[in-house]
Design a protein around this ligand. Structure first.
Ligand SMILES: Cc1ncc(COP(=O)(O)O)c(C=O)c1O
Length: 258
């Protein structure tokens, strides 16, 4: 095994500097199991980060399924195969009835990128509403709708087709407490943006949001905010894009989606 010092030296030599390391004394992690990570000196760490956790590290059923399929076939989607349709069937059965078509991608960024492309194609517009502090991915298109990136270190600021609404944070936000009134006040911020677009003769393409704001600070929105806000966007002819990268697939609450 390489020494910690040697790994650091080789990183400096071969790895682009934008690949940042966590912690003042970076950890040399060699193993993961369930909720734990293990360092080269044997120290066990409870992993509360893992970007983004689901069933834990190296879940035996996940490993077994990956191993079985890798030994059999790994190719593209342009052949008939049982897995893509049986998986889509099982997945859509866990989602609301209207979400009944799948596009499979390799990452959250690609999913959001594709969703934006669909919304722009459908509306013939790129005017997009986003929540301050939100992060939706690392492709060019998703950075453009991520205030966390474009307003963060090294960011280029908001593109002119992206419109931010304040974080619907019932605790520290512009309007506080958790009742329908607050939800509607935040939804009104969306309406004001829609009215502004209308005045400028611009069509809204999409409102993209997580149901719980992740990188923005794990913010739980006032109940009914998203329902009210997305309805307004849909009434104006735009689409609502639910970014489920952090909270989907059974991670929160009673439903498979967030
Ligand atoms: C809310 C959210 N959207 C999108 C992404 C991008 O996903 P990926 O890193 O799989 O491209 C992330 C990643 O952390 C995320 O947290």
């Amino acid at each position: 095994m390489l020494s910690t010092k040697n790994i650091k030296k080789l990183r400096d030599q071969y790895i682009g500097p934008s690949f940042s390391l966590s912690y003042h004394e970076p950890l040399h992690i060699v193993k993961g199991k369930g909720q734990y990570l293990y360092a080269s000196d044997g120290t066990q760490y409870l992993d509360a980060v893992n970007n983004i956790s689901h069933v834990g590290h190296c879940h035996p059923r996940v490993i077994a399924a990956l191993d079985k399929q890798n030994r059999l076939l790994n190719t593209n989607t342009r052949y008939l195969h049982d897995n893509i349709v049986t998986y889509a069937d099982e997945l859509t059965n866990k989602l609301p009835a209207k979400l009944d078509v799948c596009y499979f991608t390799n990452s959250g960024s690609e999913s959001n990128d594709l969703a934006l492309r669909m919304a722009r194609n459908y509306t013939d517009s790129n005017q997009t509403i986003v929540i301050t502090g939100a992060y939706h991915g690392h492709t060019n298109a998703t950075i453009e709708v991520s205030p966390y990136k474009f307003d963060g270190p090294g960011g280029a600021g908001s593109p002119d087709f992206v419109h931010q609404i304040p974080m619907p944070d019932p605790y520290r936000g512009k309007f506080r407490s958790n009742n329908d009134d607050i939800a509607l006040k935040y939804a009104d911020c969306v309406q004001q943006t829609l009215d502004g677009l209308d005045n400028d003769n611009k069509q809204v393409a999409a409102f993209i949001a997580e149901a719980i704001l992740g990188c923005g600070g794990q913010i739980l929105f006032p109940e009914n905010f998203l329902a009210a806000a997305s309805k307004k966007v849909q009434q104006a002819g735009g689409l609502f894009i639910a970014d489920e990268v952090q909270i989907g697939f059974g991670r929160v609450g009673s439903h498979f989606w967030g």
